[in-house]
Design a protein. Structure first.
Length: 194
């Protein structure tokens, strides 16, 4: 997601006067309008989830993502390193809004997995780092997003039985609801495998 942020921000900075945002092919002329659209898509994705009658696993799942402030500070640092100066004005506004939307789109994965009820308990941990690595326990699996450097963002799944592995899911679906459903399906496959 941060790769998308960088590409959108770079395009905006090169154009010099980009004051709009796009989401799923729709253009939004203000940050507020854009954030409302992100919130709406996230709410729709959560509403589409039908909980399981019982958990597939008696284990707990720790779901870890970078904290929103951590993502923002890292995006500022990366843009400063890339451009040789700190972003200002419109670039700062875009970084703020795109960081907020990226955070929300990551958190919707947690919200939908938790609502589905795949594990006996699903806990969110917001980590003050972009380079996340959490060890599982016999009774706890871990799903986390790590991006130690720009463009290297990846989800990982770790369990005591199988160790750490790249967590893949089908990203070809159009829209937030389709992507969250694919994410849920992949989490269910991991839970059943255990």
């Amino acid at each position: 997601m941060n790769k998308k942020l960088s590409l959108i921000l770079a395009a905006a900075l090169l154009s010099g006067c980009a004051t709009f945002y796009t989401l799923e092919g729709q253009r939004y002329n203000s940050a507020e309008e854009f954030q409302r659209a992100v919130d709406s898509r996230a709410a729709d994705a959560v509403a589409a989830v039908v909980p399981l009658p019982a958990p597939l696993s008696n284990k707990k799942l720790i779901f870890a993502i970078p904290a929103k402030d951590t993502m923002y500070q890292e995006n500022i640092r990366r843009q400063t390193a890339l451009n040789g100066r700190a972003p200002t004005g419109q670039a700062t506004e875009m970084l703020t809004n795109l960081t907020r939307s990226n955070y929300k789109m990551m958190k919707v994965f947690f919200d939908t997995v938790q609502k589905k009820g795949i594990y006996s308990s699903t806990q969110l941990r917001e980590i003050p780092s972009m380079a996340i690595s959490i060890e599982p326990a016999a009774d706890t699996d871990v799903l986390y997003f790590s991006e130690p450097s720009q463009g290297t963002g990846q989800w990982f799944y770790a369990s005591a039985k199988h160790g750490r592995q790249v967590f893949g899911y089908d990203r070809s679906g159009a829209g937030v609801t389709a992507k969250t459903q694919a994410f849920i399906d992949a989490v269910q496959a991991q839970a059943i495998r255990e």
